[in-house]
Design a protein around this ligand. Structure first.
Ligand code: ADP
Ligand code: MG
Length: 701
């Protein structure tokens, strides 16, 4: 481990025990590395001089050149202050000091020009600066200022300020640290990479991110440090993948047999899309190699991921293995079970559903059949991977809508068989490529980028409250055509009471507008018992009710092809991927479908962008990119638990090119030197030996 980086902060000259203590408490700075990595959050541009007329109170610290026209000490005791007037060719400004009055007063000479630096304020409608830094103007002074160009500004706290560790104080400490130890800052990339990629050295990068001469130098420093951050994540992910391949064998599915062929020839209800066929081929190739498959299947809502998963399972069955199919909710598990049962028929394959509401007797039977191998496919929620569920020979696992499953739960699966089962993870909606590369960087990725033929794009409309009557009209027309409708209300935990009230009000409005016996409503919300939800869902699925009024429990996966309208109330309160997922519940049949987004007239900027994006496009990949840009990677559903996204500098939305560069660089390295055994890669190999490297490695599975 590097000595410099690990040196406790107490040992930095100028720190001492008391300051060290507050640095630890307030900023989590324990050692030299932490100090170096307490990056400025902004810089002050001292290259540019502003005219008085240009400045306003919104601005950060700025500098001005102006001539002193008057000075005066006024007030008594507490209100005693020095007030000076300056002016340039555009306007007048007042400067004021409450402290150090005597000294400043001597320094100020009427008629002389000064370089004035401070935070613009205003007093009585006039431009003002309190306690600015001032320096007598001279060509030399100007030149000196021109050298000290970008000044770093650091986060500090009130507590730190008591120890004179405000931004300035922190800057001094950092400057000192770099001055003293510049040459000890260890390089962690091999020279050949630095040359090839034209990167700044690590020592220079740390120096210049704190004290850049200009914007170009700052950008180079940032590029180097961001690259490093992304590079080591990719190095670890891809090495993990390599290790897994070396360590675990995989079941070989080399037969295509009765189950697959029978299904393909006689039971498959439609022609597969080109994309579905391609992905099946990828999975087939992957499962024949004797290596455990870990594959992420990305596809837009309604692209037909389920059938691909099912056909992969049939391959497993043909090779003598069992399979399980996990869904995030009971409703979905049940639905997958019913769908598969529907297409397979009753006497083809033995399948079962295991959820929290499965009766004990049925449960016992399932357990027995799993152990003796007579049960082929088990559907359910995470209950499927509880320790007491034992399989005879689990060979294939499908995880639908992955983001609801924790990484730990995924890991449990691995212990289900001597040779771990192949795993196919499916996403609910597409996630941006850069995010996938980081979150699931050690998985292989398949993409279904084609919707089944004959789908009409969903028509999405954004309505305000005053258009509600029009909405009712559209609903009635669709019902008259024999179609069904979803009406969804938000359910966000922090305000559950309010949400339930919204739902209750909504139900009342809908019941009044759509009265019995002409119209029938199904109602599903989170507070209902699973069995009751199920009954309501089934009534809707069978077409016995016209309108399904629900909270977001129906968000993912629900498949009722006859439903043609999705109405989302308070749409501004939903996230983009959630809106897209909900919209994906319609447009599953051949007829034209609609999505109506109801919102308040008052919208936040982001809320407006979300709704506009929904109206503009049906493409889930495009939507996920916008989502990433709006919310940042840390807020995309399912990413919170992942340590890989603790990026300090890089931004997965803004730094896509750099991420791709890091990824490709790592791929190239492993292609040539999978063990990192070459002397030139020694330095990279060492990265795995160090315990503390800022990455929570265990969290990446
Ligand atoms: P998702 O990818 O969102 O999970 P599903 O697997 O639920 O999508 O499929 C959506 C609908 O499309 C289902 O009704 C399914 O039967 C149908 N479907 C899937 N593949 C095809 C295809 N190749 N041709 C026609 N319909 C298809
Ligand atoms: Mg699905």
């Amino acid at each position: 481990m590097n000595q410099l980086f690990e040196t406790p902060i107490e040992y930095l000259k100028g720190t001492g025990p008391a300051r060290a203590e507050v640095l630890k408490k307030e900023l989590g700075i324990y050692n030299f590395e932490d100090m170096l990595r307490h990056f400025p959050f902004k810089y002050i541009d001292r290259t540019r001089f502003y005219k008085i007329r240009e400045i306003n109170i919104e601005m950060p610290l700025v500098q001005v050149i102006a001539r002193l026209t008057s000075k005066e000490i006024i007030g008594e005791k507490h209100t005693r202050r020095l007030v000076a007037q300056v002016q340039d060719d555009t306007g007048v400004m007042e400067l004021v000091w409450f402290q150090g009055i005597k000294w400043v007063e001597k320094y100020l000479l009427v008629g002389k020009a000064y370089i004035i630096f401070g935070k613009p304020g205003s007093f009585n409608g006039k431009a003002q600066m309190a306690h600015p830094e001032i320096e007598l103007y001279s060509p030399e002074a100007l030149k000196r200022k021109g050298n000290a160009t970008l000044q770093p500004v650091y986060n500090s706290t009130e507590k730190l300020k008591q120890y004179t560790l405000d931004s300035k104080g922190l800057q001094k400490l950092t400057a000192f640290l770099i001055e003293q130890h510049y040459k000890d800052i260890p390089e962690n990339l091999p020279p050949y990479l630095i040359n090839k990629l034209k990167l700044m050295s690590r020592a220079d990068a740390y120096r210049h991110i704190h004290f850049p001469a200009d914007a170009a130098e700052l950008n180079e420093a940032l590029r180097r440090l961001k690259f490093e951050e992304l590079f080591f994540i990719q190095l670890k992910l891809l090495r993990n993948k390599l290790l897994r391949v070396q360590k675990f064998r995989g079941n070989v599915f080399d037969k295509v047999g009765h189950y697959f062929n029978e299904f393909y020839q006689h039971k498959l209800p439609f022609e597969l899309t080109g994309a579905q066929k391609r992905v099946l081929k990828e999975i087939r190739q992957d499962t024949q190699r004797g290596v455990q498959m870990n594959r992420l299947l990305q596809g837009d809502v309604g692209s037909g991921k389920t059938i691909v998963a099912l056909m992969s399972i049939l391959l497993a069955l043909d090779n003598g293995f069992q399979a399980c199919f996990m869904a995030p909710t009971e409703i979905l598990a049940n639905q997958h079970f019913q769908t598969v049962k529907g297409v397979l028929g009753d006497d083809f394959i033995n399948i079962a559903l295991l959820t929290g509401s499965t009766k004990q007797k049925e449960r016992t039977k399932i357990h027995r059949q799993l152990e003796d191998g007579s049960l082929h496919i088990l559907f359910g929620t995470h209950a499927l991977i509880e320790d007491k569920v034992q399989y005879k020979n689990l060979g294939f696992v499908v995880i639908d809508e992955q983001h609801r499953f924790g990484v730990e739960q995924r890991a449990k699966l691995w212990r289900k068989n001597v040779v771990p089962p192949h795993v196919l993870v499916m996403t609910a909606t597409p996630i941006p490529r850069t995010l996938a590369m980081t979150l699931y960087g050690d998985l292989d990725v398949s993409v279904i980028d084609e919707l089944p033929a004959g789908r009409k794009p969903i028509d999405t409309l954004h309505f305000y409250e005053n258009q509600r009557l029009r909405m009712f009209g559209m609903m009635k027309e669709e019902i008259a055509k024999g179609r069904q409708i979803y009406v969804v209300y938000p359910l966000i935990q922090e305000s559950e009471k309010l949400d339930l009230k919204n739902l209750a009000d909504g139900i009342e409005v809908m019941s009044r507008e759509f009265p019995l016996p002409q119209y029938r409503l199904s109602i599903v919300h989170g507070k209902m018992k699973a069995a009751d939800k199920d009954i309501e869902m089934q009534r809707f699925v069978r077409g016995e009710t016209h309108i399904m009024v629900a909270t977001t429990v129906i968000e993912v996966g629900v498949n009722v092809p006859n439903a043609s309208v999705m109405i989302i109330e308070n749409a501004e309160r939903f996230g983009l991927s959630q809106l897209h997922q909900l919209r994906g519940r319609v447009g599953r049949g051949a007829e034209q479908s609609y999505c109506i987004l109801m919102s308040d007239v008052k919208l936040s900027r982001d809320g407006r962008i979300r709704l506009e994006t929904m109206v503009r496009t049906n493409n889930g990949f495009e939507i996920s990119e916008t989502d990433l840009q709006l919310r940042g990677p840390g807020n995309i559903e399912g990413t919170q638990q992942s340590g890989v996204l603790d990026l300090k500098l890089a931004d997965l939305a803004a730094d896509q090119q750099l991420l791709l560069l890091a990824r490709h660089t790592v791929e190239e390295i492993f292609e040539k030197d999978p063990q990192l055994a070459h002397p030139e890669n020694h330095i990279l190999h060492q990265a795995f030996m160090s315990k503390k490297d800022g990455l929570t490695w265990d969290k990446i599975s």
